[in-house]
Design a protein around this ligand. Structure first.
Ligand SMILES: Cc1cc2nc3c(=O)[nH]c(=O)nc-3n(C[C@H](O)[C@H](O)[C@H](O)COP(=O)(O)OP(=O)(O)OC[C@H]3O[C@@H](n4cnc5c(N)ncnc54)[C@H](O)[C@@H]3O)c2cc1C
Ligand SMILES: NC(=O)c1ccc[n+]([C@@H]2O[C@H](COP(=O)([O-])OP(=O)(O)OC[C@H]3O[C@@H](n4cnc5c(N)ncnc54)[C@H](O)[C@@H]3O)[C@@H](O)[C@H]2O)c1
Length: 498
């Protein structure tokens, strides 16, 4: 352990210094077991996904789905009433599970012989040299002490944070972000959600299902405007049935009012809520850490500049995840961490990031999932585009669910039969889309799988919900199916001879 109560005269040397304990924490692979690694984090150990992101939100979403199912039960001839939502029990079940995992991860890094945890803000003071001011107890260093550390290699995995529009930040009105809203003491009667993206869609679902009156305010023309327009339009229509939705309506003034906050919107209306959640995008944490001192360049949008291997513009300094990636997604941050972990110890054989087919899920109600090109993007890129939008309600499991609104849309190249994209909205969309991700990413022996190979080259379990995708594939107008595996006999002569 490095000892310090003031500023260290000489930096303590590590083989590897990692700034950020989210996906950065997974860089301490067995390759580093006989080396010294420092993991620095100024926030809750384990990063965004574990503590304030993917994992708790999906645990809240599950509770919301349970409440929604009870409310919706009568449609199936099952009468049930939702008696009460015990918010504190919902919240405490979730964080009672997550907080010990975070603390365990921190303690492991603190106590393991090959790692040292620094629980404070890191700032570059020279080439691969950093100063860390300890901000939190629970580590091996006194709060307030300052440490100089130097890494033979340094990885910046510092993540991102919520962006707050100035009109709200400067107004002095109280607001939540995704960092705080999940730990509220009690549920408000009403909530204004500012933003029309992923975080807004997920929390609007959670809070409305748990009984809160939700108003969504976004400057965009549709909710989830990044996804395929047909899906985004359909999602926006359904959202209007559940929430008060104001579009093309960024807040122009914010003040305390009623029982909480009052927002004046660009469309001339005023909305109020007992509580307010601001979900207007996230900015990379590349500021305030002296990157210029270290020769690390930052792009105009705030992302650290990296090449396809994760190298920044400073030798020996790498970056990954939300702080540098074009995608703010955990599976991308984890993928980039696997690539950088390899590259740190194999400079002669560098791996590259694979950003070809990055999927994303939105765990709202309905759920949305997307991968590959939207129809508009495919047309812009000059493909001979063919699309099929399959209703869940036209399949057997869709009948069971009495589904009238869910869709699975495929975008394909008519000439080659190759899939270009998949976009789903409805129950289990994020799981149902996985075969499309596989078809795009993995391909078969003669190149990427075609839509009809995916449809007819395998069985589809009947009458599972996945038949929605099977029917969508069969509905595409593409070249006829050729079974490229027809000559392959794994138990034939060739196999016996080998
Ligand atoms: C509400 C919400 C829900 C989400 N849901 C999903 C989802 O369902 N699926 C999905 O794929 N993605 C989801 N995401 C996105 C996902 O959480 C992020 O893409 C991912 O966590 C980024 O990982 P990271 O390692 O790059 O950064 P982080 O996990 O944010 O880790 C960065 C760490 O660096 C620390 N740090 C920053 N600056 C410094 C400094 N100067 N010194 C020391 N420490 C520093 C921070 O304290 C932080 O702990 C969600 C995000 C949010 C906010
Ligand atoms: N399920 C998931 O994978 C998941 C869940 C949550 C978050 N995330 C990640 O976190 C990132 C950030 O999420 P997010 O929802 O904050 O951002 P986002 O970029 O998805 O959406 C931001 C929204 O805010 C609106 N907006 C921006 N400024 C505004 C203003 N001044 N007034 C009103 N509306 C305004 C935009 O029009 C947009 O609809 C996402 O891009 C995503 O990558 C992923």
């Amino acid at each position: 352990m490095s000892e310090s109560t003031g500023t260290d005269p000489e930096p303590t040397r590590f083989d590897l210094v990692v700034i950020g304990s989210g996906s950065g924490n997974s860089l301490v692979t067995p390759d580093f077991e006989d080396r010294r690694t420092a993991v620095v984090d100024r926030g809750i150990f384990g990063g965004t996904c574990l503590n304030v992101g993917c994992i708790p939100t999906k645990m809240f979403v599950h509770a919301a789905e349970v409440a929604h199912t009870v409310r919706d039960a009568a449609r199936f001839g099952v009468d049930a009433t939702l008696d009460r939502v015990r918010w504190d029990d919902v919240r405490d079940r979730i964080f009672g599970r997550i907080d010990p995992i975070s603390e365990g991860g921190r303690d492991y890094r603190r106590d393991a012989p090959h790692t040292e945890a620094f629980l404070g803000h890191a700032r570059f003071v020279g080439d691969r040299e950093l100063e860390v001011r300890i901000a939190h107890p629970g580590g091996a260093h006194e709060v307030g002490s300052v440490h100089r550390i130097r890494g033979d290699q340094v990885v910046v995995a510092a993540g991102s944070r919520p962006h707050i529009p100035a009109v709200i930040a400067d107004s002095g009105v109280p607001y939540h972000t995704s960092d705080t809203v999940m730990r509220m003491d009690e549920l408000p009667a009403s909530m204004v959600v500012v933003g029309g993206g992923v975080i807004a869609a997920e929390f609007a679902h959670v809070f409305s299902a748990l009984g809160v009156r939700v108003t969504v305010v976004s400057r965009g023309e549709r909710l989830l405007s990044q996804v395929d327009a047909e899906i985004s339009r359909a999602f926006t229509e359904l959202a209007r049935d559940r929430w008060h939705v104001h579009l093309r309506a960024a807040p122009v003034a914010a003040r305390r009012g009623g029982d909480g906050v009052e927002l004046e919107l660009a469309d001339g209306t005023t909305v109020t809520g007992e509580g307010m959640l601001v979900a207007t995008g996230r900015v990379p944490n590349s500021d305030g850490m002296g990157l210029d001192v270290a020769g690390v360049q930052v792009r105009p949008d705030g992302r650290v500049e990296v090449d396809q291997h994760g190298r920044t513009t400073a030798p020996g300094v790498w970056a990954l995840g939300d702080v540098s990636s074009p995608y703010q997604l955990k599976h991308v941050a984890n993928h980039e961490a696997r690539v950088v972990a390899h590259n740190l110890v194999h400079p002669e054989d560098l791996w590259s990031f694979d950003h070809r087919y990055v999927p994303a899920g939105v765990f709202s109600h309905p759920q949305v999932a997307t991968v590959g090109l939207t129809e508009a993007q495919a047309r812009e890129q000059g493909y001979d585009v063919t699309c099929k939008t399959q209703a869940y309600g036209d399949t057997a499991y869709g009948w069971a669910m009495e589904d009238t609104t869910s869709l699975f849309k495929l975008v394909a190249d008519r000439r080659t039969g190759h899939l270009l994209g998949g976009h789903a909205m409805g129950p289990h969309a994020a799981s149902l889309i996985q075969p499309v991700i596989q078809a795009l990413s993995l391909g078969g022996p003669t190149g990427p799988l075609t839509a009809l190979q995916l449809a007819r080259g395998q069985y589809w379990i009947h009458p599972a919900l996945a038949e929605v995708l099977e029917n969508a594939l069969l509905g595409l107008e593409v070249a006829p199916y050729e079974d490229v595996t027809a000559d392959y006999d794994p138990q034939g002569e060739d196999a016996a001879a080998s």
